[in-house]
Design a protein around this ligand. Structure first.
Ligand SMILES: Nc1ncnc2c1ncn2[C@@H]1O[C@H](COP(=O)(O)OP(=O)(O)O)[C@@H](O)[C@H]1O
Ligand SMILES: Cc1ncc(COP(=O)(O)O)c(N)n1
Length: 267
């Protein structure tokens, strides 16, 4: 049976992050990809030139159409922009009883542009996080949600516990923004931690890494993998995508979404 995954996120005209990164990743992992677009960004590797949130009805209607005909086996959320959108998306996920929910709490683009309004943080905490099978904050996002300062692995473990208490079944605090030479993503299931370690690749081409990582988790959950299995595949997927760089654009270039497939063929 074909497995189906849905992304509820913003469009990145540059193709490296958002909806575009998610659909490419679903496709690479042999899962049928669907989308409900929340906002359109005019964006390239140099930054975000414009943000246009879609009307609420447009987002709700996209989700309704999917529920009526193509129920997803797993879904992820990315850029949700404001509290109205967060509340509406959360309501629909709850009403449709959609499972395998991956929340990537996107806040700021690599170039510094705001992809989530400050007023939306409470909605994120109270409405969306309780629906999460997995939440995947980077360090700055985890700092905003937990109001902790996260310079050490120990502090990040504390933050993971707070995020679990807020209602996420599993928490991945990603380590890309950390200061350690070795890169550590922390997976917490409410009881114990798994440390996913990798070398830190020296590159500026990391546009869309968070989206791609969360999309790979979503695709694997759609196939029925456990969260731990899914996160391990996602870590390998994003590592290959960063390592085998495309080198396009003059700023923070996109990752290589077909690198994992090629690595799998050649290894
Ligand atoms: N320079 C890097 N080398 C290897 N892996 C990286 C690098 N930067 C990020 N990653 C991986 O990419 C994923 C996303 O990382 P992170 O930068 O923390 O989040 P975001 O892209 O949301 O800011 C994580 O799995 C992280 O380990
Ligand atoms: C539409 C959209 N969604 C998300 C991101 C975050 O991307 P990154 O993974 O680089 O933080 C982005 N730049 N644009």
């Amino acid at each position: 049976m074909v497995k189906k995954a849905l992304t509820i996120a913003g469009s990145d005209s540059g193709g490296g992050a958002g909806i575009q990164a998610d659909l490419k990743t679903f496709q690479e992992l042999n899962v049928y990809g669907m989308s409900a677009i929340t906002a359109i960004t005019a964006q390239n590797t140099l930054g975000v030139q414009g943000v246009y949130a879609l009307p609420l009805e447009a987002v709700i209607e996209q989700m309704n159409s999917i529920e009526a005909d193509l129920r997803p086996d797993a879904l992820k959320t990315g850029m949700l922009f404001n509290s109205e959108l967060i509340e509406a998306v959360a309501n629909n996920i709850r009403e449709f009883n959609w499972g395998n929910v991956v929340i990537d709490p996107v806040m700021i683009a690599k170039g510094g542009a705001k992809l989530l309004q400050q007023e939306a943080i409470n909605s994120l905490r109270e409405t969306l996080i309780p629906l999460a099978t997995v939440i995947t904050p980077n360090i700055p996002e985890a700092e905003v949600i937990t109001e902790l300062s996260l310079h050490t692995i120990e502090a990040r473990k504390k933050a993971a516990k707070v995020l679990h208490k807020l209602g996420a079944d599993y928490v991945v605090v990603k380590g890309g923004h950390g200061e350690e030479e070795e890169l550590v993503d922390l997976l917490f299931d409410g009881q114990s931690f798994v440390e996913l370690k990798s070398t830190r690749i020296s590159t500026r081409h990391t546009h869309g890494t968070g989206c791609t990582f969360a999309a790979a988790i979503t695709a694997e959950l759609a196939k029925g993998k456990t969260v731990e299995q899914a996160v391990k595949v996602a870590k390998d997927f994003i590592h290959a995508a960063i390592k085998d760089e495309l080198g396009i654009g003059s700023g923070h270039g996109p990752t290589n979404h077909w690198a994992y497939r090629n690595a799998a063929v050649h290894s």
